[in-house]
Design a protein around this ligand. Structure first.
Ligand SMILES: Cc1cc2nc3c(=O)[nH]c(=O)nc-3n(C[C@H](O)[C@H](O)[C@H](O)COP(=O)(O)O)c2cc1C
Ligand SMILES: [Fe+2]
Ligand SMILES: [Fe+2]
Length: 370
């Protein structure tokens, strides 16, 4: 437990060994589950930790002699899962959540009506907590908590990162992880989150304390990043996603990326599902895939269905399909991305030949016109 402001304590449960989140996304820098204690005359605990780290959390909690309120910004179990444990130790503590949050905590954790009180603001005696609904970040029930006297925003998943730390403040590398976190967790709801963010304009925020990763002492920086990421403004950036079994697709992709101007991200998706961060800013997506089992490579089908569900701000797509005896990959991809402008689809039989390189060059010329 570390005191970050007089009467405000960070309980950072570090999980540096964790390698995957939501059974999907790689977390090569591990993660943390941050909760916070705010002490006025009464004491509030904001969020808890993942149940897999109960022992570490319990060790910290053993240093606490009273908790009057438990603030649950988000019902997902990595933050709420130890609320029942806190209630065992402090049975009179009252839980505060949004209306939907209350339903979710009841369903997910078996909390009872008598565990809750309703409040939009809470006076702890010297410290005032204000609860601000912040829906769809990234569940429908989410809120953030603002500590009025200190100008601290407790934002739970918003502005967070999967980044185990020793220094509690953001560094340049951690911002990269914040972008990845945004892409994988928040991006599907970006238009709603863009609206939520407007609510923060009225607050005098001096520090942001998320529930994963380090803390922000420069709130403006991460808030303006989020405003940029959630906006409809795309950058002149092309992301080329590919998979290649025997290098033919890779050869085609190397040629294409050499012909493209501006920022180009070339991502081999067989290395793991970490392509979403390359779709936060890009205005153009190219998918290059060999045919396997008559269709796009299964990994590309998987990636494509994730991408269409995430609705990134890309404006245009193009496809490069390799095959040998027959393929429906082009039709499948065009169907998945039917809501986007499809610039072109190239079909290449076998290893790319000089005439294929010509087609790739033409595709690049088309994509370079913006
Ligand atoms: C496991 C496997 C399955 C394949 N299935 C098909 C297929 O159903 N239809 C087809 O036209 N080509 C099929 N191919 C041929 C590849 O699509 C073609 O050789 C392509 O150029 C391979 O690109 P790559 O070297 O980037 O993997 C298959 C190849 C492999 C290795
Ligand atoms: Fe979450
Ligand atoms: Fe979380």
């Amino acid at each position: 437990m570390r005191e970050i402001k007089p009467g405000v304590f960070l309980i950072d449960v570090q999980d540096p060994e964790r390698r995957v989140f939501d059974s999907l996304f790689p977390t090569d820098r591990g993660t943390t589950y941050n909760s916070y204690l705010v002490k006025g005359e009464k004491v509030a605990l904001i969020d808890t930790a993942d149940p897999s780290k109960k022992d570490e959390f319990a060790r910290e909690l053993s240093k606490v002699d009273r908790i009057d309120y438990i603030i649950s910004n988000h019902s997902e179990q990595d933050h709420s899962g130890l609320i029942p444990f806190v209630l065992e130790k402090f049975p009179n503590a009252k839980v505060i959540a949004t209306k939907k949050g209350r339903e979710f905590l009841t369903d997910l954790l078996g909390l009872k009506d008598e565990n809750f009180i309703e409040a939009s603001e809470l006076d702890l005696g010297g410290k005032t907590l204000r609860f601000i609904e912040f829906p769809w970040a990234h569940w429908p029930e989410t809120m953030v908590t603002y500590l009025v006297e200190d100008g601290i925003l407790f934002s739970c998943d918003v502005f967070g990162s999967h980044y185990a730390f020793s220094d509690i403040w953001y560094d340049d590398e951690a911002y990269e992880y914040a972008k990845e976190y945004y892409a994988e967790i928040m991006m599907p709801f970006r238009t709603i989150i863009a609206n939520d963010l407007k609510k923060l304009d009225e607050l005098d925020i001096k520090m942001i304390c998320p529930s994963h990763g380090p803390l922000h002492k420069d709130p403006e920086k991460i808030i303006s990043m989020y405003k940029d990421w959630t906006s409809n403004e795309a950058k002149r950036e092309t992301t080329v996603l590919y998979v290649s079994m025997h290098n033919s697709t890779k050869i085609a992709v190397e040629k294409l990326s050499g012909d493209l101007v501006g920022k180009v991200n070339v991502v081999d998706i067989s290395k793991g599902i970490s392509m979403l961060k390359y779709l936060v800013d890009a205005d153009t997506l190219v998918i290059a895939t060999p045919t396997a089992l008559g269709d796009a490579h299964p990994l590309m089908l998987f990636a494509s269905s994730i991408i269409s569900a995430y609705r990134p701000k890309i404006k245009r797509v193009a496809f490069v399909v390799l095959y040998e005896w027959g393929t429906r990959a082009d039709k499948t991809l065009e169907g998945i991305f039917k809501n986007y402008e499809i610039v072109d689809t190239i079909r290449i039989r076998g290893k790319p030949s000089d005439s294929d390189f010509e087609s790739i060059k033409k595709l690049a010329e088309n994509l370079n016109k913006r």
